[in-house]
Unconditional design. Structure first.
Length: 210
């Protein structure tokens, strides 16, 4: 069964679901604290959305006891998911992202998990290798980046129910609740993303080949 959004849950419940059901490693991040990032930096480039530890990539874990201990020690920490291991992420502005998600479902395609962030982006989870494949796929469609970003090895993305202070929390825009499905390859969704981005970005409007 595929659902548009997962019911609100605690950080611990969510983290254990990611680790045990999806097999995704989890690491902890900074959090929004009284109008600023908990790291204390006035010019923090990613307030509430960066790892707590420099060696976060090596510390990321799927072990339930380890995750539970981390969250007991840091109950306000955000949840981050390392990319480039069990999945990559294609990251687009929210408006065309939602339009692409609708297009995929209308065409009978099965998207992978998609997160709507509090900073106005939609994150599409794809099979590993999507980060490296994206530039070539965009070139094949005869277009530039169109606002598309990607996250692969050495990077991470924020996971629900973490958020960005008064901007709210990240939520699942699309997710499998029961049996996690195989993640799509990047080429299976890029066409719909390019189509939606061209339709919603006036400067980029021209015939799409999606």
């Amino acid at each position: 069964m595929l659902c548009r959004r997962r019911a609100r849950t605690t950080a611990l419940e969510a983290a254990l679901w990611y680790a045990q059901e999806w097999g995704w490693a989890v690491t902890l991040g900074a959090y929004w604290d009284r109008g600023a990032c908990s790291c204390g930096s006035a010019d923090c480039p990613a307030p509430g959305e960066h790892p707590l530890n420099v060696d976060w990539a090596n510390r990321a874990s799927r072990d339930p006891d380890t995750i539970a201990r981390w969250l007991r020690e840091n109950p306000r920490a955000s949840l981050l998911l390392p990319t480039g291991q069990t999945f990559d992420v294609i990251d687009v502005p929210a408006e065309p992202g939602h339009a692409a998600l609708h297009r995929m479902t209308q065409l009978g395609l099965t998207p992978g998990p998609a997160v709507a962030t509090s900073s106005g982006r939609l994150l599409f989870f794809v099979a590993p290798g999507g980060h490296e494949a994206l530039p070539g796929l965009l070139a094949a469609y005869g277009c530039g980046a169109l606002g598309i970003r990607s996250h692969g090895p050495g990077d991470h993305v924020i996971a629900p129910p973490s958020g960005h202070g008064e901007k709210g929390t990240a939520r699942w825009a699309y997710i499998s609740h029961e049996h996690p499905l195989p993640l799509p390859q990047a080429e299976q969704i890029v066409g719909s993303l390019v189509y939606a981005l061209r339709a919603t970005i006036p400067a980029q409007r021209h015939p799409a080949r999606a």
